[in-house]
Design a binder for this molecule. Structure first.
Ligand SMILES: C[S@@+](CC[C@H](N)C(=O)[O-])C[C@H]1O[C@@H](n2cnc3c(N)ncnc32)[C@H](O)[C@@H]1O
Length: 167
């Protein structure tokens, strides 16, 4: 599994703890990667997770992962960078690989869920081009970037999980 923009490594450590057969690597910006490494090394089992310094938008990323995960990442950017990031993630996947996007998504009428609306305000204030986008936007960007059959699950805390196959 490649945890794209994995930050503190919380997602990867949780997944590897729950499913020890999964090998995880995290890609983070070069200035952040040493902090990710240090935080992981403090966690039980964290030292088995590889940290790769890189840019998940510009790439290149190492390849052939079964699963790439982006949690609370795409929301930092505008549509153009999002499609580029999705294309870059695709290069990291094995031919049968899948991409999971976890984050706050708005319904297509932009009326909710309430927590995603709150997150939208946060992203608009925090990031130069960030926002909570609609599910329809993610589906269109995934198609544009070479993914198929997106499936949606609603997670706790107002978050969504979109999983798509590399087309
Ligand atoms: C909101 S945090 C989410 C961290 C983690 N995915 C999580 O859910 O806890 C966004 C992360 O994206 C990373 N990031 C931003 N731009 C990036 C890029 N171009 N390439 C790789 N990582 C990037 C930041 O360093 C930060 O750790």
């Amino acid at each position: 599994m490649l945890d794209i923009a994995g930050g503190s490594g919380a997602l990867s450590t949780t997944v590897c703890h729950a499913q020890p057969h999964i090998a995880a690597a995290i890609v983070e910006l070069p200035e952040v990667a040493p902090h990710t490494r240090a935080l992981l090394d403090e966690q039980p089992g964290g030292s088995t997770i590889e940290v790769i310094a890189g840019d998940a938008i510009a790439g290149p990323l190492p390849g052939n992962f079964d699963l790439a995960v982006m949690r609370c990442f795409l929301q930092l950017f505008g549509p153009e960078d999002i499609v580029t990031a999705l294309r870059t993630a695709r290069t990291a996947l094995a031919p049968s690989g899948q991409l999971a996007i976890i984050g706050y998504c708005l319904t297509d009428d932009e009326a909710g869920p309430a927590l995603a609306l709150g997150a939208d305000l946060l992203f608009l204030n925090y990031y130069a081009a960030g926002a909570a986008y609609r599910l329809a936007d993610y589906r269109a960007w995934l198609k544009q970037a070479g993914y198929a059959e997106p499936r949606l699950a609603l997670l706790g805390g107002g978050m969504s999980l979109l999983i798509a196959k590399r087309a």
